[in-house]
Write a protein that binds this ligand. Structure first.
Ligand code: HEM
Length: 190
């Protein structure tokens, strides 16, 4: 049986998919054929039926959370990631030399995710698909650092917003990287 490594070009029973395919920039859910995920840039990006769309997220409206705040959070988080014995070498292999462009890109990303600024225009799925040394369990380490950073820097009600979005995007990236048709994802809709 052909091994399917990504959601791109996968058609399958909608019930095999978890309910948490969310607003990950760069990913589209096409409900026309049951279940098919296409990524930005694919020739196949037909309109998404309303029934297949997750509810739109609202921008966080908290005067304490602006680009400066998010930039500081991002820098604190990647400081922890770089010091992590498992994740540090993975990032070091990809980002050689100046980290500032990556930190600015990630600030754009989080401003887009939380404040809906539209600052980020990259493609996270392909960027992660090429990271062959990443294991599924690594996401728990990543999320652990993210949660700890958010708890240390954010008011409690803001922590929840960042952590919830990070968990859902992490889930989407994990599905894109590790989903197999013969091993339906945990949390799949019955
Ligand atoms: C084990 C977990 C993860 C690892 C090891 C990882 C690693 C990396 C690496 C090495 C890059 C740089 C790739 C490059 O510049 O070519 C990257 C980019 C990125 N990561 Fe992750 N990542 C992880 C999880 C996540 C999660 C959970 C999110 C979002 C919540 C995320 C968001 C991003 C974004 C937005 C980029 C920039 C993609 C682009 O536009 O080039 N990552 N990641």
């Amino acid at each position: 049986m052909k091994e399917i490594t990504t959601f791109a070009d996968v058609r399958c029973d909608r019930r095999a998919l978890p309910a948490t395919i969310v607003n990950l920039p760069g990913t589209r859910l096409d409900g026309n054929c049951g279940a098919r995920i296409t990524t930005f840039g694919s020739a196949m990006t037909p309109p998404i039926p309303v029934s297949a769309r997750p509810p739109a997220e609202r921008p966080l409206n908290d005067p304490r959370v602006d680009r400066q705040f998010i930039g500081d959070l991002v820098r604190d988080f990647y400081g922890r990631v770089r010091a992590d014995p498992r994740l540090g070498p993975i990032f070091a292999a990809e980002i050689r030399g100046d980290w500032e462009p990556h930190l600015e890109k990630m600030t754009d990303f989080w401003c887009s995710v939380v404040l809906k600024t539209g600052d980020y225009s990259g493609r996270p799925v392909p960027a992660h698909l090429k990271l062959k040394q990443v294991r599924e369990q690594d996401f728990q380490i990543w999320l652990g650092h993210f949660r700890a950073t958010a708890e240390a820097r954010c008011p409690p009600e803001v922590t929840g917003v960042f952590v919830d979005r990070a968990e859902r995007i992490a889930r989407s990236l994990q599905l894109a990287m590790f989903f197999r048709l013969d091993r339906p994802a945990a949390g799949a809709v019955a």
